[in-house]
Design a protein around this ligand. Structure first.
Ligand SMILES: *Cc1c(COP(=O)(O)O)cnc(C)c1O
Length: 366
C-alpha cells in the first residue's frame, strides 16, 4: 500500500503541502518561553484575519469537536433551551453534545441533503421566547450542503438577539464566513480541513454576547475553559501544553492563506466545487444536494446508483486507483459517497478522481 501516492479525497484530513510538513519538523521549544510567545501571537493575529473578526480567537489542542464542546460549556448552563438546527450527521452530533451537557435541546430537523430553512428558525424562535441560543452547522459535511448562515444569523441575531453557535469545521478558511460581518458569537473549526495541516488543533472565535454568557454559564468545564485560555493568551501562552508541531504548520499555512488572499481562497473553492459537480454529472451520476445554489464547495455528496455495491466501488478506487473517497454517514451509509475538495486540492486531483470513477464504475455494474 503506497500511502504517499494516495489521492486523499476525504473531507478531512486533507493532504498537506510540502512546505507545511517541513515547517512542522522544527525543534521543540519551551511553551512558556519567548519563542512560543511569538508563535502564538503571530498565529492568533493571522487567525483573526481568516475569521474576519476582532473578537477573541483561541487555539485549542484537540480535534474540531473540542472547539464545539468549548462553545457549549462556556456559554450555557444545564437546562438552558437551545434550538438545534440539523440536516445531517454533524448537525446531530453538535446537538448530541448539547444534550450530553444537559442543555434543553429543541431539535429542528430537515431532510438530509436539504438546506436549513431560515424561516423555520424564525418560527421556532417566535414560538418559544425562552430559547437562549441557536446552534447551526455552516457546511454539513455529511450531505454536501452549505446552509445559508448569513440569513440564519440575520434572524437569530438581527431579529431575536439570541446567542449564535456555529460549527464551521468544514467551511472556515474555504467558504466566506465573515464572523463579525454576520455577527456570529461563537464559531468553531478544526485544523485538518481547510487549513491544510494535520488533525490536532481547533480554533474558536468567541466574543460579544458570548463573553456575557460566559459569566453565568455553569456547565462543568476545565480543559476547555476559555476564561483560562484568555488569561494565558494575554501573556502569550496556553493553559495546557499546546501541540507545538501543528502550530508550526499553522503558522506556515496562515502565511500561505493570507499571501493568496481570502478572496483568492474563496474563488478557488468556488471553481473546484463547480468543476467537481460538473464532472460528476458528466459521468451520469446524481448529486444528493438538489439545490445548486446551496451545494457545498468543499465536499460533494454523490448518490450511489441503484444496485451498485458502494463498498466495492470505494475499495476498488482505493486499492487500484489510489483514490480515497468517503462513504455516507449515519442513515446515508451505503446511499452516497463523498468527494472532499477543500484545502490543498487542485483541478488535476479532481480530474484524477473523475477519470478513476470512469474506469471503476463499469466494473461494479454501472
Ligand atoms: C469534521 C467535522 C467535525 C468533526 O471534527 P473533528 O475534528 O473530527 O472533531 C465537526 N463538524 C463538521 C461540520 C465537520 O466537517
Amino acid at each position: 500500500m503506497n500511502i504517499v501516492s494516495q489521492n486523499l479525497r476525504t473531507p478531512g484530513p486533507t493532504p498537506i503541502p510540502e512546505d507545511i510538513y517541513a515547517a512542522m519538523s522544527d525543534p521543540m521549544i519551551n511553551h512558556r518561553g519567548p519563542e512560543f510567545f511569538d508563535l502564538i501571537t503571530d498565529c492568533t493575529e493571522k487567525l483573526k484575519q481568516v475569521f474576519m473578526t476582532g473578537k477573541d480567537v483561541f487555539i485549542l489542542t484537540s480535534s474540531g469537536t473540542g472547539a464545539l464542546e468549548a462553545s457549549i460549556v462556556n456559554t450555557l448552563s444545564p437546562g438552558d433551551k437551545v434550538l438545534a438546527a440539523s440536516a445531517g450527521s454533524f448537525g446531530d452530533r453538535y446537538a448530541d453534545a448539547l444534550d450530553a451537557y444537559g442543555a434543553d435541546v429543541q431539535r429542528l430537523t430537515f431532510e438530509w441533503g436539504e438546506p436549513v430553512d431560515p424561516e423555520a428558525i424564525r418560527q421556532g424562535l417566535q414560538a418559544d421566547p425562552e430559547i437562549k441560543a441557536v446552534m447551526i452547522t455552516h457546511n454539513e459535511t455529511s450531505t454536501g450542503v452549505t446552509h445559508d448562515l448569513q440569513s440564519i444569523a440575520g434572524v437569530v441575531k438581527g431579529e431575536f438577539g439570541k446567542l449564535l453557535l456555529v460549527d464551521a469545521v468544514s467551511s472556515l478558511g474555504c467558504l466566506p464566513l465573515p464572523v463579525d460581518g454576520w455577527d456570529c458569537d461563537v464559531v468553531s473549526t478544526g485544523s485538518q480541513k481547510g487549513f491544510m495541516i494535520p488533525p490536532g488543533l481547533a480554533f474558536i472565535s468567541f466574543g460579544g454576547a458570548a463573553w456575557a454568557a460566559q459569566q453565568s454559564a455553569t456547565m462543568p468545564k476545565f480543559y476547555f475553559d476559555l476564561a483560562e485560555a484568555k488569561k494565558y493568551l494575554d501573556r502569550g501562552q496556553t493553559p495546557w501544553t499546546p501541540n507545538l508541531s501543528a502550530m508550526y504548520g499553522l503558522r506556515a499555512a496562515l502565511n500561505n492563506i493570507l499571501d493568496e488572499g481570502l478572496e483568492g481562497v474563496f474563488d478557488r473553492h468556488v471553481s473546484i466545487g463547480q468543476f467537481t459537480r460538473d464532472g460528476v454529472r458528466r459521468l451520469g451520476l446524481e448529486l444528493l444536494c438538489a439545490d445548486e445554489a446551496r451545494a457545498s464547495n468543499t465536499v460533494t455528496a454523490v448518490k450511489m446508483p441503484a444496485h451498485i455495491d458502494g463498498e466495492a466501488l470505494m475499495e476498488l478506487m482505493r486499492a487500484e486507483e489510489n483514490v480515497v473517497l468517503a462513504g455516507g454517514q449515519g442513515k446515508l451509509t451505503g446511499h452516497i459517497f463523498r468527494i472532499g475538495h477543500l484545502g490543498y486540492v487542485t483541478e488535476a486531483d479532481i480530474q484524477e478522481v473523475l477519470d478513476a470513477l470512469g474506469r471503476v464504475l463499469p466494473r461494479v455494474g454501472f
